[in-house]
Structure formats: structure tokens, C-alpha cells
Design a protein around this ligand. Structure first.
Ligand code: HPA
Length: 283
């Protein structure tokens, strides 16, 4: 696709959403597999299902109900993606990151990415929450390949601090104050949809990865490109391939997410509140 094609499609999606709501979010939240129930925490002002936005990628995966939810989390205006699409569904990588760019153009300044991930670090347990401190996206297609969309960002964006240091500090503080066990680590994105082999997991561990998944890193790249401040949380749904005697199964994702739900809700809500608070304000 030419730069203008990508941007035109994006503008078209912005107009489609603006035809339905004039809500301006400050924080965008992407709810990963199994974590969609968080949307119940939002005081909803408007909902736009992905199917209503011409050109918007629509998820085919079970447990990824697709809609944008606009509303308030304790007075903070948010837009929440309930469900996302993945490269393995056959969408182009520029379509996969279109929703991220769209939320930026709708006014979001901060992006909170969440996902289900396999634990690569032996210290992790299913149901653990991991704050993403960095990622390895080198095994996934880069979302910025193709002509640069100058209106969004520059050709060679810096990726030395993808996950905002201040936002990480907030998440850490929330976890501490709420007595939530919080892991911190490096997330690796592979394309899926097959799970990794034990040898691939050993490779990832050797490379310094703590968790593995099929979504978030390319979204984070597109987000940094267009100037969003980014933070990320993984819900560890299973120990990755070869780390336990059981075969991997997608049903584990929902089970772990349900177990983590109360902690996840608290962590996300408190983080949203503190992120939106004026500099230095005590919340
Ligand atoms: N690998 C990749 N993605 C995942 C996994 C995994 O083990 N668990 C949940 N998402």
C-alpha cells in the first residue's frame, strides 16, 4: 500500500467514528485475549462496533468481540478496544495497527496495551501479571515497512524507550500500593498462530525474553511512531512450550485471565487514574 492509501483509509475510519461520537479520549486501552470483561468497568458513553467502521479489521478469534468503547474510568476519558486483530488472521500488518493510529487521531495521548502471553521465565506462574519493560519484535513483520506516513511520524523512529519510564513507575507504584504481585520483563512477539516449539522457547530465553505472544510489540512500534506514550501488561496464561508436561491449549488463556481479573481490574483502573492526574498530583 502507498502511504496515501494507508492514511486515506485511516482518515476514512476517523470520519466513520466521528459520524457516531465526538467523544475525545485521553487514554486508549487495548484489551487482550480473555481480558475483555474489563470493559464492564467503563461508564460507557458510546460504542462503535468494528463492523460499523468501513475498512476496520474485524477479529475472527473467539473471545475477541470487536468494538470500540468510549467512556470514563473514574472521570478519565478513555477509548477501549474490546478485541484486536492479529497478523495470523491474514490481515496486513498496516491493517493490524490501524486501530492504534485511529485512537491516536481520535485524541488519545497514552496507550495501555494488554495481552495474554506465555511465560518464558521459569519464575512465572499462570495468572501472573507482567509489566512489559521492553520487547523483541524482530520475529514479526515491522508495521512501518512501506512508504513512511509523514503525517503520523518520522521514517526512523527511536525505539530505545518504547515503554514509557514514567508510566512504568506508575504501574509499579500501583502494584506496590495494591499488594499485587507484578512481574517485569521483556515480551517477544512471534507471528503464531501455532504455538512455539520448546527449542524456540529456549532460544527466546537465551535472547533475554520473559514472555511470548502474538500481538503487542508491533502495536507498540506503530504507537511510538505516531507519538503515543505506551505501557504494556501481559497476563501470563501458561508456561511456554517445553516448560511443563501439558500440551498448550487456547482454553488456558481464559482460565488464567479469569483468575487474574480482580488484580488486572485494580491495576488498570488505578493506573489510568494516576496517568491522567496532573503532574505531581497525589491520587
Ligand atoms: N505462546 C504464544 N502466545 C501465547 C502463549 C504462548 O505460549 N500463551 C498465550 N499467548
Amino acid at each position: 500500500m502507498k502511504q496515501s492509501d494507508v492514511y486515506e483509509k485511516l482518515q476514512h475510519c476517523v470520519s466513520a467514528v466521528r459520524g457516531k461520537t465526538d467523544f475525545v479520549p485521553k487514554i486508549a486501552v487495548v484489551l487482550g485475549s480473555g481480558l475483555g470483561d474489563y470493559a464492564d468497568q467503563i461508564d460507557v458513553w458510546a460504542e462503535v462496533s468494528y463492523a460499523e467502521i468501513d475498512g476496520f479489521p474485524v477479529s475472527t478469534v473467539l473471545g475477541h468481540a470487536g468494538k470500540l468503547i468510549f467512556g470514563y474510568v473514574d472521570k478519565v476519558p478513555v477509548v477501549c478496544m474490546k478485541g484486536r486483530v492479529h497478523c495470523y488472521e491474514g490481515y496486513t500488518v498496516s491493517d493490524v495497527v490501524l486501530p492504534i493510529r485511529l485512537m491516536k487521531l481520535l485524541g488519545a495521548e497514552i496507550l495501555m496495551l494488554t495481552n495474554a502471553a506465555g511465560g518464558v521465565n521459569f519464575a512465572y506462574r499462570p495468572g501472573d501479571l507482567m509489566m512489559i519493560t521492553d520487547h523483541i519484535a524482530a520475529f514479526a513483520p515491522n508495521p512501518l515497512i512501506g512508504p513512511n506516513v509523514e503525517a503520523l511520524g518520522k521514517r526512523f523512529p527511536d525505539m530505545s524507550e518504547v515503554y514509557d519510564r514514567q508510566l512504568q513507575e506508575i504501574i509499579r507504584a500501583v502494584a506496590r500500593d495494591s499488594q499485587i504481585r507484578l512481574q517485569e520483563g521483556v515480551y517477544a512477539q512471534l507471528t503464531g498462530p501455532s504455538y512455539e516449539t520448546p527449542a524456540e522457547i529456549r532460544m527466546l530465553r537465551t535472547l533475554g525474553c520473559d514472555a511470548v505472544g502474538m500481538s503487542t510489540a508491533i502495536e507498540a512500534i506503530a504507537a511510538r511512531h505516531c507519538g503515543l506514550r505506551v505501557c504494556g501488561l501481559s497476563c501470563i496464561s501458561n508456561l511456554a512450550a517445553g516448560m511443563s508436561t501439558v500440551a498448550l491449549d487456547h482454553t488456558e488463556v481464559q482460565i488464567a485471565a479469569d483468575e487474574a481479573a480482580p488484580r488486572f481490574k485494580k491495576l488498570v483502573t488505578e493506573t489510568v487514574k494516576r496517568c491522567a492526574a496532573p503532574e505531581g498530583a497525589k491520587v
